[in-house]
Design a protein. Structure first.
Length: 491
């Protein structure tokens, strides 16, 4: 029997549905994470530009983006809460034994969540109700609250990859917990900064992609130009930085999790002068089918020398490493992430070259055809990064300390499959509703621009501070009974 099938046969029946349910909810939540972490920062940059230059268009964009930010945060509350419950319901072995060690990360994330909720409410309802400077200053803590939430989640995940800050008693239970060491593990720094910069560039490309699509459809007024330029510039600056951080975190995995690195690069035997495979499929016997083989490159990338020794999957027993199928999944996810990242770097360089030379964004339709789907590509890259991280760590839920099968719930597999189906239906409804709300907001804003703009089609001139613009005569409601008379119900 192939090793993969043998290990699958020995796994509890609950393992597959629990994994699938967790993977589905996590993958769904990650779609919202870039906007949750980085969109407040992008909005405040636009807000600052509007105040600094007395730019009504920039303030209008910031106000509208704050509404989108609030809707996205509301959906993120639901998907994030589901994930929190799943940790306890699906993986009681993990939380029961190790919760005291790494649970502080979830506590930090919870505090950050409540802080962010309050700050978003103040920022959203502060338009027209607060002085411009006061309103902006009250919004400034928003990005830091988002970074604090990311800090808590990444502290927990990096601990699962490189567990530290405890000792084990005679029964194998953690004692003598050092919270500081449990948070700041060897993988925390590389994971955190790689994650944060990835969220910034992803959010920037997603927002800019909306206005790039508008540009392709002929909407080339200042509103769309500014809505594209600010988030895309932020993303373009972050993209090459992310490429360097990605190389750094891959090298950290090489040193701290050599078996995961072997899975991501489908290295079967420990050796020097190891080739790099672009895609390809690892077989049960260690051979690689398909893909593009580049001699020596894997050793060079890992240690800057072809003589660098790369640890292979066979350096540990079969039950302590990813299966051939899991290694292939991690490898494809890693390669796809790198491929998308490289394409985004080229797009950012194109933008930067034209800007430095002409002091304006590119005018080529092909640039905007590439920029419009860049946000979707960046989200796919984020998903691939998490797949490589989690699948490459198998079979461990706590690296070299607890297997996934030891942590899974004892709930019947049939119940878990039913839960999966229910969650899938609910999530389709939630994300569908989210899309409908965004489309209705877009339609309402477009109608407002057409009604209040000039014949040239400029956006509405009703800036977010000061008295509202007068209501057109046709929009004045008809007076009700008693209106305009002393003692009537009118204001």
């Amino acid at each position: 029997m192939p090793t993969s099938l043998h290990l699958l046969a020995d796994a509890p029946a609950q393992l597959l549905p629990a994994r699938e349910l967790m993977a589905f909810t996590l993958a769904s939540h990650i779609i919202l994470v870039p906007l949750g972490v980085a969109f407040p920062f992008i909005t405040l940059v636009m807000h600052y530009r509007g105040l600094r230059r007395n730019d009504a268009t920039a303030l209008l964009l910031a106000r509208r983006w704050s509404a989108v930010m609030a809707v996205q945060f509301a959906l993120g509350i639901v998907t994030g809460t589901v994930l929190s419950f799943e940790f306890g319901l699906l993986w009681p072995g993990l939380m029961g034994r190790w919760g005291d060690v790494f649970g502080v990360g979830f506590g930090v994330e919870a505090w950050a969540f409540f802080l962010e909720a309050v700050l978003i409410a103040v920022y959203l309802y502060g338009w027209r109700r607060l002085k411009p400077r006061t309103h902006f200053l009250l919004g400034l803590p928003l990005p830091f609250a988002a970074l604090l939430g990311a800090f808590g989640i990444l502290a927990a995940n990096s601990w699962m990859n490189t567990p530290r800050g405890f000792s084990l008693d005679a029964e194998g239970n953690p004692v003598d917990v050092n919270v500081w060491n449990a948070i700041f593990t060897p993988m925390f720094g590389p994971q955190y900064w790689h994650f944060v910069v990835g969220m910034v560039l992803t959010a920037g490309f997603v927002v800019a992609g909306v206005y790039a699509t508008g540009w392709l459809r002929g909407r080339r007024d200042r509103y769309h130009r500014l809505g594209f330029a600010v988030p895309f510039t932020i993303a373009a600056v972050a993209t090459p930085v992310q490429f360097v951080l990605g190389d750094s975190i891959a090298r950290s995995v090489f040193h701290e999790q050599p078996v995961k690195f072997a899975a991501m690069e489908i290295v079967w035997k420990t050796d020097t002068r190891v080739p790099e495979y672009l895609f390809g499929r690892l077989q049960e016997d260690g051979t690689v089918q398909g893909g593009i083989r580049i001699p020596l490159l894997d050793s060079v990338l890992a240690g800057f020398s072809p003589d660098t020794e790369v640890v292979g999957l066979t350096s540990v027993p079969a039950d302590q490493r990813p299966t051939a199928t899991q290694a292939t999944i991690a490898h494809w996810a890693f390669d796809l992430m790198v491929l998308i990242g490289s394409a985004l770097v080229l797009l950012a360089l194109w933008y930067g070259f034209v800007w430095l030379r002409h002091r304006r964004p590119p005018a080529s339709p092909w640039f905007y055809r590439c920029a419009a789907p860049a946000g979707v590509g960046a989200v796919v890259a984020v998903e691939c990064g998490w797949i490589a991280t989690e699948v490459g760590r198998q079979p461990w839920i706590v690296y070299r300390n607890m297997r996934v099968a030891e942590a899974v719930t004892a709930t019947r597999s049939t119940t878990l499959w039913i839960m999966f189906a229910v969650v899938a239906v609910v999530y389709v409804f939630l994300f569908g509703s989210f899309l409908v709300v965004l489309l209705r907001m877009r339609t309402r804003w477009r109608l407002a621009d057409e009604r209040q703009g000039t014949a040239a089609g400029t956006p509405e001139s009703d800036i977010p501070y000061g008295p509202r613009a007068s209501v057109p005569a046709g929009d004045v409601p008809s007076p009700g009974p008693g209106a305009g008379r002393p003692g009537g119900d009118g204001p």
